[in-house]
Design a protein around this ligand. Structure first.
Ligand SMILES: Cc1cc2nc3c(=O)[nH]c(=O)nc-3n(C[C@H](O)[C@H](O)[C@H](O)COP(=O)(O)O)c2cc1C
Length: 337
């Protein structure tokens, strides 16, 4: 069921801090949980390929809850006509932004000729985004790398930004490391080769009219604020936001968006209970939601008890909101012990 926008933070403001698109991780349940922690941050879907949207189960692939706004869908593909169709469908679902993936190095993505290989095809990307724009009632954005394989980022990245922005994209998220298309697993490729933040700052200086967010290796909110203070328009955080959601998101509304402080992780967990109830009523299972909440108390006393209780019981038949409350009680036992 398409979800039209409700009262929400304007997209460019929300882009000050975003949670990265992460396959198998940032599904609708994860996003719903993250939204309870920060009402302003921009959330991204996992990458969904254009052919999957055109031919697949759209509600399963694109359905989301209105609470998730502001929320962006990330598309994978390199066929302009397919991307146009997938964009139109995504806009009908009510997404606030449509993002094209030009950064993912996985084999499956390479064989479909999209993701990071597109760094070497700026003309094709320009054609794709121009078709996407023609079908969209929201902003089209691009997430890219600084280059791939033996490309020289100093040449490739400005050329890529110039060509793609000439086709009408004015907001980019740059994952500040090269993608290695051969010889590294996608997982290794998230830490190797080294990050190069300088080139992202340099791109902001060379293209001051573009909205540029940086991504890669940001692990604290203070680091994110520092990058914004240095003149970047936004910071996208992936793994740290997933593994330590409270550390990254709970203070984001206050520190990054100068808004009221978020409700905090305990209150967020309470607001998850009716959502969980509703999911179970529709035939879902508890662990489909709680697997994204395991890191809620990362680094806090009792975190291990919380995680362990949910890991042990949330997949069992009959597990529900009370399982979450039991996990909270277990965690507090340790706190007071
Ligand atoms: C499990 C996982 C899945 C990912 N899936 C996607 C994806 O679907 N699309 C994408 O553009 N990047 C994907 N990425 C890359 C992240 O969006 C991000 O660029 C990368 O993790 C670097 O940011 P970080 O250091 O803050 O984690 C994925 C990363 C992880 C850890």
């Amino acid at each position: 069921m398409p979800q039209k926008s409700t009262n929400k933070t304007p997209i460019r403001k929300a882009a000050l801090l975003s949670v990265a698109p992460m396959m198998d991780w940032t599904d609708r349940h994860c996003r719903y949980f993250h939204r309870q922690l920060s009402k302003n941050s921009l959330l991204y879907t996992e990458m969904v390929t254009a052919p999957a949207i055109i031919n697949g189960d759209r509600e399963r692939l694109l359905g989301f809850d209105a609470t998730e706004h502001p929320v962006a869908v990330q598309l994978g593909g390199s066929n302009p006509a397919q991307l146009q169709q997938a964009t139109a469908i995504s806009c009908d679902f009510g997404y606030d932004e449509v993002n094209l993936n030009c950064g993912c190095p996985s084999d499956r993505v390479q064989s479909g000729y999209f993701g990071a290989v597109l760094m070497a095809k700026p003309d094709l990307v320009a054609e794709c985004v121009s078709e996407m724009k023609a079908a969209a009632n929201v902003e089209i954005t691009v997430k890219c790398r600084i280059g791939v394989d033996d490309q020289d980022p100093q040449t490739v990245l400005p050329n890529f930004l110039a060509k793609v922005s000439a086709a009408g994209v004015t907001r980019f998220t740059i994952h500040a490391r090269k993608a290695w298309l051969q010889g590294l697993s996608p997982k290794e490729n998230r830490d190797i080769p080294p990050l190069d933040y300088d080139i992202v700052h340099q791109m902001k200086a060379e293209f001051p009219h573009l909205h540029i967010s940086i991504n890669g290796g940001v692990t604290t909110l203070e680091q994110a604020s520092g990058l914004i203070e240095q003149g970047l328009d936004g910071v996208m955080i992936g793994r740290a936001a997933y593994h330590q959601p409270a550390d990254i998101l709970c203070d984001a509304d206050e520190l990054i968006f100068s808004d009221e402080k978020g409700q905090g992780v305990d209150a967020a967990i309470q607001t998850m209970l009716p959502y969980i109830e509703n999911h179970l009523l529709k035939g879902g299972r508890l662990n489909q939601i709680t697997r994204h909440m395991l890191g809620a108390f990362a680094g806090k006393p009792g975190a291990r008890r919380w995680r362990r209780h949910l890991s042990e019981f949330a997949h069992k038949d009959g597990a529900g909101p009370e399982t979450v409350l039991e996990a909270l009680a277990k965690m507090r036992e340790i706190e007071t012990a």
